[in-house]
Design a protein around this ligand. Structure first.
Ligand SMILES: C[S@@+](CC[C@H](N)C(=O)[O-])C[C@H]1O[C@@H](n2cnc3c(N)ncnc32)[C@H](O)[C@@H]1O
Length: 241
């Protein structure tokens, strides 16, 4: 199972990523353009780090994830903030309302492993988006997967971990094999998870977005103003309906 025990280490592993900077970028390049984004849906919210950035007095926020463990951490972190959490799959989430902004950060969409399924997710987003709404998501790029180190080894606090990447160039699926060793006195508890992410070439993503009916497709090299995508590790898409 993915994001089970790993959930408790997720925030430490994301230490190098600034959710605040990502939010500031989105605010400057998309949200701060006249419209008021009052009704927001976050897909694959994880432990709620980006959700926290979205919180503002006049906003209603709903956040969805598939993992009980990630959701439990998010709910605990954002207690009494008014954010509503739901255990749902991005592929078939359903709400009887539409949203001004639908957003998903940090390569959650790479977890959708086939083009057909990604189309289903994108169609579902389209259905739930207000006519003048915005949709923002990011993807780890094919360039990143192709250049991955085979293995990372690191430690933090009482946790030692190994992170191995197995990328299949043909089907463009990367398997992360994660081992965590957590010190318990003189011994270590071991937790193991396998995660799968798929790379989608940029042109293929643009084609899918257009086919579904999205407009004004804008893309950036990570959460930065740079639009040079060839060597981007993460591509951020900002699109409207
Ligand atoms: C890399 S984490 C990103 C979490 C969060 N968006 C962030 O920025 O930190 C990927 C998340 O996607 C969730 N996820 C993967 N597949 C999903 C699906 N089909 N539906 C909903 N959530 C999914 C996982 O449970 C995990 O919380």
């Amino acid at each position: 199972m993915m994001y089970h025990e790993f959930a408790q280490f997720y925030d430490q592993l994301m230490d190098g990523f600034s959710y605040e900077d990502a939010y500031n970028f989105i605010n400057e390049y998309a949200l701060n353009k006249g419209k008021n984004f009052k009704n927001i849906l976050e897909l694959a919210c994880g432990t709620g780090n980006f959700t926290r950035e979205l919180i503002a007095d006049d906003r209603k926020i709903k956040a969805v994830d598939l993992s009980d463990d990630m959701l439990a951490i998010a709910e605990n972190k954002l207690r009494n903030t008014g954010v509503e959490f739901f255990k749902m799959d991005m592929k078939d989430f359903i709400f009887d309302e539409k949203f001004d902004l639908i957003i998903s950060t940090c390569d959650s969409f790479n977890y959708i492993l086939s083009k057909d399924d990604l189309k289903i997710v994108l169609k579902n987003v389209y259905k739930h988006l207000e006519d003048d709404g915005l949709f923002i998501f990011d993807l780890n790029s094919q360039y990143k997967f192709e250049g991955f180190e085979k293995i990372y080894i690191d430690e933090f606090d009482d946790v030692f971990y190994t992170w191995e990447n197995f990328y299949d160039k043909k089907d463009r699926i990367n398997m992360y094999s994660l081992n965590f060793f957590v010190r318990k006195g003189d011994l270590y508890d071991r937790f193991y998870e396998e995660h799968y992410e798929r790379a989608y070439p940029h042109e293929e993503v643009i084609e899918m977005l257009k086919e579904i009916g999205f407009n004004n497709i804008d893309s950036y090299n990570d959460y930065e103003s740079n639009k040079e995508l060839e060597t981007a590790n993460r591509i951020v898409y900002i699109v409207s309906k």
